[in-house]
Design a protein around this ligand. Structure first.
Ligand code: CTP
Length: 427
């Protein structure tokens, strides 16, 4: 458990810093917050005080009621205490969100408020998470400032691409999600240099990746179907993460209402039979196949041509037949050097045992296990928590947004040794 100093500068994304404080304190870390005066326009100190359990500071000449102590520590007895005690005593200093203005000041060593002064005084790892609109982020002034910071050993947590906080704006510059920010802090606290992330995904560069996502729909008649609650978010997040890491990605998507991830070829399908056909057709050239779709195990044996009428019926029986097991066919047809990953959504205590059984019996290289007992996770949810099971070990990934979980899954495949069998071992 560490003393984390969090510097919040003035951007709309400051609201995400609240969630970060909640996650970090929930993981047992002691958090103190410094805000720039401008950030007060976006999030008031009271919210940070409530979540961190400690006062928030803004100015260099401001007395710290806790005299440099972090939550859970006794304030020092004697005065004076340096106004920079918080920075000197931190195990890590994270600035999130970091605006273009704050980044420029950090690059040049300005000390015009407590946040920037603390960055000069701090000898602990410094992490900076930019958040701003795309044009400001891509401007050479900002990019040069970030390069300067990196050259000095500052870890820059790259922003994502997507909808930005300001209404109607899209692009690069979206603050990394709170779960990722915390994960990066914990890596840095464990002695990481901030490049583990890229290294652990480097094996994907130039690979061909085939992902299935979403939930299949099996027609009952011309207007009705048997379906499931899968939104496709996990598969889309995996496809996006693999593409960002330099893979050539094809996504076979069953009924997902999501935008295509950048650079990913998306093929839309509906039924298990469609999905089966497309996956089998695309599989021979894939290096990695991830079967994240929720596939119907049964389908109506004889879907009606028109619409089944209500009149004259008291009950209706629909006979179901088995669908093909796509994963089993992919495993049966696998070529040497191909990596196949299955998914298992299970319920309750025995779930992990069931997932271990599936890993052994299905002939796959790994299983991503999802406990669906918690309705706020997994199916049709923004967040997930999974366990990656490979033949040489298991890795549990704590609750986080699906894009973070996706990178965690791809990293775990590598770290658990599953990628060793990929055809060309340059990875
Ligand atoms: N799957 C598949 N074809 C099917 C059903 C499932 O390829 N007709 C894939 C899923 O995409 C998933 C994996 O198989 O990657 C495991 O799915 P799951 O439903 O957990 O497996 P089952 O063997 O059907 O087990 P259960 O009896 O628990 O339903």
């Amino acid at each position: 458990m560490a003393r984390i100093l969090l510097g919040v500068s003035g951007g709309i994304a400051a609201y995400k810093a609240l969630e970060l404080v909640r996650l970090a304190t929930g993981s047992g870390h002691a958090v103190r917050v410094i805000q720039t005066p401008a950030s007060r326009r976006f999030v008031g100190p009271d919210s940070f005080v409530a979540l961190s359990g400690a006062p928030v500071l803004f100015f260099e000449d401001e007395a710290d009621p806790l005299r440099g102590a972090y939550p859970g520590e006794e304030p020092a007895g004697e005065l004076p205490i340096s106004h920079l005690a918080l920075a000197e005593r931190a195990d890590l200093y994270l600035i999130a969100p970091a605006t273009a203005n704050t980044i420029a000041k950090l690059a040049h060593g300005f000390a015009d408020n407590l946040l920037t002064a603390a960055a000069l005084a701090c000898r602990a790892p410094l992490l900076v998470a930019p958040a701003m609109n795309e044009r400001m982020y891509l401007h050479p002034a900002t990019q040069q400032a970030l390069s300067q910071l990196k050259a000095r050993g500052v870890q820059v947590i790259a922003p994502g691409r997507g909808r930005l906080a300001s209404r109607g704006e899209e692009g690069w510059g979206r603050l990394a999600e709170p779960g990722e920010l915390l994960a990066r802090c914990e890596q840095a606290l464990a002695g990481g240099d901030g490049h583990e992330h890229e290294r652990s995904l480097a094996w994907l560069r130039g690979r061909r990746v085939l992902v299935s996502a979403g939930g299949t729909r099996e027609p009952i008649d011309a207007v009705r179907f048997l379906g499931n609650r899968s939104s496709g978010r996990m598969g889309y997040a995996l496809a996006g993460a693999a593409s960002r890491a330099g893979a050539e990605v094809m996504l076979v998507s069953a009924n997902a209402q999501l935008p295509a991830p950048a650079g990913v070829r998306v093929l839309a399908v509906q039924s298990a039979a469609d999905l089966e056909r497309e996956m089998i057709a695309a599989s021979p050239s894939a290096d990695l196949i991830m079967m994240a779709a929720a596939v119907a195990d049964f389908r109506p044996r004889e879907p009606a041509d028109g619409k089944i009428k209500r009149a004259g019926r008291k009950r209706l029986t629909i006979e179901l037949e088995r669908t093909g097991d796509i994963l089993a066919q992919l495993v049966g047809a696998r070529r040497a050097g191909q990596l196949i990953v299955g998914f298992a959504a299970e319920h309750g205590e025995a779930g992990i045992l069931e997932a271990r059984r599936k890993l052994k019996e299905k002939g796959v290289d790994a299983i991503v296990y999802n406990d669906i007992a918690d309705p706020t996770l997994g199916f049709d949810a923004e967040e997930n928590a999974v366990t990656v099971l490979a033949h040489e070990g298991e890795r549990r990934l704590a609750r986080a947004p699906k894009p973070t979980i996706a990178e965690g899954i791809l990293t775990a495949l590598h770290e658990l040794g599953a990628t060793r069998q990929l055809a060309d071992t340059s990875a």
